[in-house]
Ligand binder design. Structure first.
Ligand SMILES: N[C@@H](CCC(=O)N[C@@H](CS)C(=O)NCC(=O)O)C(=O)O
Length: 225
């Protein structure tokens, strides 16, 4: 299988994590989203990564790719029970909404908007905190599909926490423990290249946003220290 990818795309990471959890070999083919090749547009009707090529047949949309992998390869990452499975799919949607909130945060044009977006994310973390049990993963000791959906979102916060204290860890110990468990999971670690952190910082700096200015300030402060 070929996973058509972009180096920073969190949706690509979801598919890469599920492929790794199921022990499926795959080739990663990175494309430049600013300069989409014709072969990519031919297999990606929305012009988005990821696309999974299965014997050449394209599957687009990360959630659909994950479900295809769940239908065709063990171990199971969804619960057996239909109600629980539906609930887990619903929480995966919550994870997608969190990714949108993260985009709004790093694109916020000024400090007031940045703080409002941070408050929005904190509220979502509080909702998650109420949903979590003993962990370390979403539904307990076994890694599942919801974990694969949230791990790429949580990865952003490793970078955000280095820039400033936005209070993302405050009052949400279960979310914090969940983040830490996912951060060291081999499938999650290997879903991005070793240069991911640097590339993400470069991407965030280029937004021209309030967060970009915070990064500039943090770099300047580190240079003086
Ligand atoms: N709903 C899609 C979202 C995928 C998506 O937004 N991918 C982004 C990169 S992370 C993309 O390809 N955007 C197109 C562009 O930047 O032109 C999924 O879950 O696969």
């Amino acid at each position: 299988m070929v996973l058509v990818s972009h180096a920073l795309c969190p949706y690509v990471q979801r598919a890469a994590i599920v492929l790794a959890e199921k022990g499926l070999p795959f080739e990663r083919r990175d494309i430049d989203l600013a300069n989409k090749p014709g072969w990519f547009l031919a297999v990606s009707p929305l012009g988005k990564t990821p696309v999974l090529l299965v014997d050449g047949a394209p599957i687009f949309e990360s959630a659909v790719i994950c479900e295809y992998l769940e239908d065709t390869a063990l171990p199971r990452l969804h619960p057996q029970d239909a109600v629980q499975r539906a609930q887990h799919r619903a929480w995966m949607e919550f994870g997608s909404a969190l990714l949108n909130a993260i985009g709004a945060f790093y694109n916020a044009p000024d400090e007031a908007a940045l703080k409002a977006r941070a408050t929005d994310i904190q509220a979502r973390f509080t909702q998650l905190e109420a949903e979590l049990g003993d962990g370390p993963y979403f539904a307990g000791p076994a890694f599942g599909m919801v974990d694969a959906a949230f791990a790429p979102a949580f990865r952003y916060f490793d970078t955000f926490d280095r820039i400033s204290d936005f209070g993302f860890s405050t009052g949400v110990p279960k979310v914090q423990r969940w983040r830490e468990a996912l951060a060291v999971r081999p499938s999650v670690v290997e879903a991005v290249s070793p240069t991911y952190g640097e590339r993400l910082q470069g991407f965030l700096l280029a937004r021209g946003s309030a967060l970009s200015r915070r990064i500039d300030a943090a770099i300047a402060a580190a240079a003086v220290a």
